[in-house]
Write a protein that binds this ligand. Structure first.
Ligand code: FHN
Length: 459
């Protein structure tokens, strides 16, 4: 009798434990309704980072904008669509992909020395080619190319050694998969047609591949979705995908292109409830930031994301540095792109610009990292950024008379000094609006010099 009692008791305990374990499995957390504090904590590193590297790399770096002897207009990574190239033809590039000069450590060092705090690389772009060893396809670098190295794995190891967050760009649209857009050739980007097998692509391919990326490469910073504009991708799919990815890495950040809320290249979410942690303006900088709205402007250095051999329309280092300042002054992040060659080399023109940015950030980085949007109107001579107790005045054009009028009440000012000039300090002279200082004739940096105003109290 006693034995029966023990057995019953044991069974009861086992059933309770088993049910609670099942509840955890069945219970799909709804990450879409996270508290403001929870989201702020999760995005703290991102809000402090302010500056990241975008890398568009894949088979499209082989044609590099040329097909059948002709220069194909448009962005390099769209050559399959723009030429157009049939899937079987495009697959031939895989046998040529052998980027023997690829060195993840060198790429990460270039990003780190430029002052970039995260790297977003195309794990899979619209052509469907995978830069990692995927178990659900042979259309990947391990099976389809002579290179046979897991690029994402090597990059993750290099990022971990350099305190850089590795993030993955992943295209929902897929021009190679028969259940996605491949059958739409010659217009893979047809936004009107549907593939009846698309749900099979999502459940048996897209989600399992994302599972591989999220589970097999350690802690990631961002899942940067793209290609969400296709007809077959729906908002419920986007919300489910958001929850799925967060269920595997609850702290990961996901951009707003996972759902259908993005307003085109302007990138911010339309009204209504759409998944995604931040807006994604593309090739543009919003006129003003939006209080309480996280956003990141992504931009090329020339005109193409993927490498194009003849695209030499490079933005100047001055433009790129002032873009960082302008974006930061509006409370955004800057995701600046490089398009490596088919040999695995970041173009020298990009490297030179990133070195110039790094030199500026070395002196002035405190006026960018961890700052938030300016509390003041944009001044004619430059921009403002801020941290608690500090205003950073970024001077693009020195006023002819050398007089700078800063709208911080003189009584609150504790210290005013110039970065990059042995912190040369100034005596603030009270003025109608705040105070004025007289700048030296020559400023430390012709692109942007920063005056720091330390103050007490609230503005
Ligand atoms: O079609 C892509 C394009 O190739 C590139 O990846 C950019 C980068 O954000 N996103 C899409 C265009 O909006």
């Amino acid at each position: 009798m006693k034995k029966l009692g023990y057995l019953t008791g044991f069974l009861l305990v086992f059933i309770i434990i088993w049910l609670s374990a099942c509840k955890k499995t069945w219970q799909t957390t709804d990450y879409l309704h996270e508290s403001r504090q929870g989201k702020e904590a999760r995005m703290q590193w991102w809000n402090e980072a302010r500056f990241g590297m975008f890398i568009h790399w894949g088979l499209y770096s082989i044609p590099a904008g040329v097909y059948d002897g002709k220069q194909i207009p448009g962005i390099g990574e769209w050559i399959m669509q723009k030429a157009p190239i049939p899937v079987k033809e495009y697959e031939k590039y895989a046998a040529q992909f052998n980027p023997v000069k690829f060195n993840a450590g060198e790429w990460v060092k270039i990003a780190r020395d430029a002052g970039m705090k995260y790297i977003v690389i195309t794990s899979k772009h619209h052509d469907g080619f995978c830069l990692w060893d995927s178990k659900v396809t042979k259309w990947d670098v391990m099976d389809a190319t002579p290179f046979k190295r897991d690029i994402l794995k090597e990059l993750k190891e290099a990022c971990d050694k350099n305190d850089i967050k590795l993030c993955f760009y992943h295209s929902i649209m897929d021009w190679h998969h028969p259940d996605a857009q491949a059958p739409f050739y010659p217009n893979y980007n047809d936004t009107e047609r549907s593939n009846p097998n698309f749900p099979r692509y999502v459940n048996n391919y897209l989600k399992p591949q994302l599972g591989e990326l999220i589970k097999n490469y350690g802690k990631l910073g961002i899942l940067w979705f793209d290609g969400e504009w296709i007809k077959d991708w729906t908002s419920p799919m986007g919300k489910d995908m958001y929850n799925y990815v967060r269920s595997l890495q609850p702290d990961i950040i996901i951009n707003n292109r996972v759902d259908k809320g993005r307003k085109g290249m302007q990138g911010m979410n339309t009204e209504g409830e759409f998944a995604g942690d931040y807006g994604t303006p593309e090739q543009e900088i919003p006129d003003t930031g939006l209080p309480g709205v996280a956003w990141e402007s992504c931009m090329t250095m020339n005109d193409s994301w993927g490498y194009k051999s003849y695209d030499s329309n490079w933005k100047s280092s001055e433009t790129l540095i002032r873009n960082i300042i302008d974006i930061t002054s509006k409370g955004g992040n800057y995701l600046l792109n490089v398009g490596p060659t088919s040999e695995g080399v970041i173009p020298e023109a990009s490297v030179q610009r990133l070195k110039a940015i790094g030199a500026w950030m070395q002196v002035n980085g405190e006026a960018i990292y961890g700052t938030s949007a300016s509390p003041f109107e944009k001044p004619g001579w430059g921009r403002y950024t801020q941290k608690p107790g500090k205003i950073f005045a970024h001077i693009f054009e020195r006023p002819a008379d050398g007089v700078l009028n800063i709208p911080v009440p003189a009584v609150q000012v504790k210290n005013v000094y110039l970065l990059g000039a042995d912190n040369e300090s100034f005596t603030p002279v009270p003025a109608d609006e705040g105070f004025i200082i007289r700048l030296p004739k020559v400023l430390p940096d012709s692109i942007a010099s920063v005056v720091v105003i330390e103050y007490e109290g609230q503005l």
